[in-house]
Design a protein around this ligand. Structure first.
Ligand code: PMP
Length: 378
C-alpha cells in the first residue's frame, strides 16, 4: 500500500486530528448562533495571541492578508519602505507597484539580514507612509530582528507592517510590546490548519489610518467592509468559510492552552535539536547564525548532491521536503519544524535525510545526525 509521505515543508504543515475533523463537520449556516459564538471565540483568541486592537480573519491565502495590510493604510503615490530578506520580502514591493505605491527596498544576500543602521539611514532621509518587514523569510530561513526594527519604526513614527506568515503562533509577535501596527498572516504554517484562512491584526493607529484615507482602491480587501462583521458575526458582508473558521478556532484554542511562551520555547527546542543533527552529518544552513528562525531550516546541499534526486529519494524514504525558491533554487532544501509537530516527526525526518544522503553517496557516519539530535533534545 502506498503511504503518503510525512509533510515537512515550511507550510502547509501537518494538521492535528481534531482540527482536521472540524473541516469535515456538517457545515453550519454562517449566521447560526452556534457558529457565531465559534467565530467570536476565534477572533478573541487571535486578538490575545497578537495583543491586537482588532482582528480580521477571512477566507484567503497569506498573500491576501499582505494585500489587505498594504492597501488599507496607503494610497497611490505614497512611499513605503520594504525590508526584504528574500523571495517573500520581494513580493511586497511587487505588490506595491500594482497599486501605484512607490517602493523603496532594502535587501541583502540570501540568508543575511539588513542591518539596523541602513534602515535607520533610510528612515532619517525619507518620509514614508509605512514600512514593511517579513518576520521570517521562508526562502532563506532568515528571521529579522523584530525588536530592533520595530523600535526604529516607533522612533521615526512610521506605521509598521509585519509579514508574520512563517512566524505567527511560533515566535512572539506581541503588537503592543513591540509597537507593531499590522500583522498579516495565514493559517497553514505554525497554526497548523489546512490552507485557506487569512488573518490581519491591527492597532488603533492602523484603524485610524484606514479611516483617514476615505475611499480606497479595494472592495473585498477593505477593512471597513469586514470590521463590522468581526464585531458582530451575525452581520453579512461575504460568506465566511465556516468549516475553516471552526478548524482555526480549535487551533487558536490549542495555542492558548499550550501557552504562548511554552509554544515559542517548543519551537526553539525543535529547531536547535534539528540543526544539531544537521551539523553532525556535515550539512549547514544557508542562514547566518544570528538570524536562524525557529520555524524552518534552509539547508545547503553538500557537494555532489543533486536537488531533484535528493528530494525524490527523501520522498521515497517517507518525507516530503521543499526545494529552494528564487536565487536559492537547486542549492538548498527546506524543512519546516513548526505547528503541531514534535519529536516523532523530527526523528522520522532526520532518519530519512540520513538514509537518503547515504544512498546518494555522501560521506558521513550514519546515525550521527540522530545521535546529535537526541542529545540536544534530551
Ligand atoms: N509571506 C511569507 C513569509 C510566506 O512564507 C508566504 C508563503 N509561503 C507568503 C507570504 C504568502 O502566503 P500564501 O502562499 O499563503 O499566499
Amino acid at each position: 500500500m502506498k503511504r503518503e509521505p510525512l509533510v515537512m515543508i515550511p507550510g502547509p504543515t501537518p494538521v492535528a486530528g481534531p482540527v482536521l475533523d472540524a473541516m469535515k463537520i456538517q457545515t453550519y449556516g454562517h449566521t447560526y448562533g452556534g457558529f457565531v459564538e465559534i467565530y467570536k471565540e476565534c477572533l478573541a483568541g487571535l486578538k490575545q495571541i497578537f495583543q491586537a486592537d482588532a482582528v480580521i480573519a477571512i477566507g484567503g491565502a497569506g498573500t491576501l492578508s499582505m494585500e489587505m495590510g498594504l492597501v488599507n493604510v496607503t494610497k497611490p503615490g505614497d512611499s513605503v519602505l520594504f525590508i526584504s530578506h528574500g523571495y517573500f520580502g520581494d513580493r511586497y514591493p511587487e505588490m506595491a507597484k500594482a497599486f501605484g505605491i512607490k517602493a523603496d527596498v532594502l535587501t541583502t544576500e540570501p540568508g543575511k539580514t539588513v542591518c539596523l543602521e541602513s534602515i535607520e539611514a533610510k528612515l532619517k532621509a525619507h518620509e514614508y507612509s509605512a514600512m514593511a518587514l517579513t518576520h521570517v523569510d521562508t526562502s532563506s530561513g532568515a528571521m529579522a530582528d523584530l525588536a530592533g526594527v520595530a523600535s526604529l519604526a516607533t522612533k521615526y513614527g512610521v506605521l509598521f507592517i509585519l509579514d508574520g506568515v512563517c512566524a505567527s503562533g511560533a515566535i512572539d509577535e506581541d503588537m503592543k510590546k513591540h509597537g507593531i501596527d499590522i500583522v498579516v498572516t495565514t493559517c497553514q504554517k505554525a497554526f497548523a490548519v489546512p490552507p485557506g484562512m487569512t488573518m490581519v491584526s491591527l492597532s488603533e493607529r492602523a484603524l485610524e489610518r484606514r479611516e483617514s484615507l476615505g475611499t480606497i482602491p479595494a472592495y473585498y480587501t477593505d477593512f471597513k467592509n469586514w470590521l463590522p462583521v468581526m464585531q458582530n458575526p451575525t452581520l453579512y458582508f461575504a460568506t465566511p468559510p465556516v468549516n475553516h473558521i471552526v478548524a482555526l478556532n480549535l487551533s487558536v484554542r490549542e495555542i492558548l492552552e499550550e501557552g504562548l511562551q511554552a509554544r515559542y520555547a517548543r519551537h526553539e527546542k525543535m529547531s536547535k535539536a534539528f540543526r544539531a543533527g544537521i551539523k553532525a552529518i556535515g550539512l549547514e544552513p544557508v542562514t547566518c547564525a544570528h538570524a536562524l528562525a525557529p520555524t524552518l531550516s534552509v539547508i545547503k546541499y553538500p557537494e555532489g548532491i543533486d536537488d531533484a534526486v535528493f528530494r525524490k529519494t527523501l520522498e521515497d524514504n517517507g518525507v516530503f521536503c521543499a526545494g529552494g525558491v528564487g536565487s536559492l533554487k537547486g542549492k538548498v532544501f527546506r524543512i519546516g519544524h513548526m505547528g503541531s509537530i514534535g519529536w516523532p516527526e523530527l526523528a522520522t525526518t532526520m532518519s530519512a535525510i540520513e538514509l537518503t544522503l547515504k544512498q546518494m553517496g555522501h560521506k558521513f557516519d550514519i546515525g550521527a545526525g540522530m545521535g546529535a539530535m537526541e542529545q540536544a533534545w534530551a
